[in-house]
Design a protein around this ligand. Structure first.
Ligand SMILES: [Zn+2]
Ligand SMILES: [Zn+2]
Length: 281
């Protein structure tokens, strides 16, 4: 039996363009039978998506994507099967959101110092339609005519001298502990993206075992066939879980839903199997 799967779909709870209803409509249209809604530092769409998935007869995994530090670099840890009401997890997500807000305000302060026509008071009062995708500061800068879009932001504005140092996101083991405490399973997201600076190899993946991570997002829109093969080999050798997802943001940054094409039988869900919210028939 085949079960097309996408375990990495963003919503308007972070920087995606789709509300949970639109995610479910697109998942159905694409013929995906098992999916997870994943947002940066937020579980804001999890319960709505889970309820819609149940109504639509789809299998669903709770999830979240959390920024964490290791050796001075930011990594994304996917927490699957978490309880979205777990107080400790929610505290950690709130603290990370505050750090993200600090980054955005710091970029604006630096742009203001350089004479750009923006203001913190105006930014604070700024509101935008969440279905545009992205985040508040990006949309503010776009509306002020300072920036054209996400790519322009990262190549021209989120660089020296406007780019602040990485905030003090929690270290990977702290995020792993929070995910575990909330009943979830910690997986390293898109190693091909996060480890780009050192390359994806056994030696660069190995430290994450000691940090408590228990699997890799082997199938990812960030990966070429070689990277996927290295990740799969690592998981097979170390008895790690294998997940996969598109990192779709509803069209905000490319990465279409359901790409790469993954079937549940390609994955190794292990303890996650018991956390899948299966449809009630
Ligand atoms: Zn990510
Ligand atoms: Zn993501």
């Amino acid at each position: 039996m085949t079960l097309r799967t996408d375990l990495h779909i963003h919503t308007t709870a972070s920087d995606g363009r789709w509300h949970p209803q639109e995610v479910v409509a697109h998942v159905l249209e694409e013929g995906i039978g098992l999916f997870a809604v994943i947002d940066h530092e937020s579980v804001g769409s999890v319960e709505a998506a889970a309820a819609l998935a149940r109504e639509a007869g789809l299998a669903f995994l709770n999830g979240v994507e959390i920024s964490a530090l290791f050796e001075g670099s930011v990594f994304h840890i996917l927490g699957y099967g978490i309880d979205p009401r777990h107080a400790g997890l929610l505290d950690l997500l709130e603290a990370n959101k505050a750090r993200m807000n600090w980054i955005n305000e710091e970029v604006l302060r630096r742009l203001i110092a350089a004479g750009y026509p923006v203001s913190l008071a105006e930014y604070e009062a700024f509101e935008y339609d969440l279905s545009r995708g992205g985040w508040k500061a990006l949309n503010y800068l776009i509306d002020k005519g300072v920036c054209q879009g996400a790519q322009d932001f990262f190549t021209r504005l989120f660089v020296d001298p406007f780019r602040p140092p990485a905030p003090d996101f929690p270290p990977v083991p702290e995020v792993v502990d929070a995910v575990r405490a909330a009943g979830g399973v910690p997986i390293l997201a898109h190693p091909g993206g996060s480890l780009r600076h050192v390359g994806v190899r056994g030696e660069t993946l190995a430290p994450f075992r000691a940090l408590g991570v228990t699997g890799l997002e082997c199938y990812s829109s960030y990966h070429d066939a070689q990277t996927t093969a290295v990740c799969l080999d690592f998981c097979a050798r170390h008895d790690w879980l294998v997940t996969g997802g598109s990192d779709c943001h509803g069209g905000f940054v490319g990465r279409p839903l359901g790409v790469p094409r993954v079937d549940a039988s390609d994955l190794r869900l292990g303890e996650l199997e018991g956390l899948v919210r299966a449809p009630v028939r």
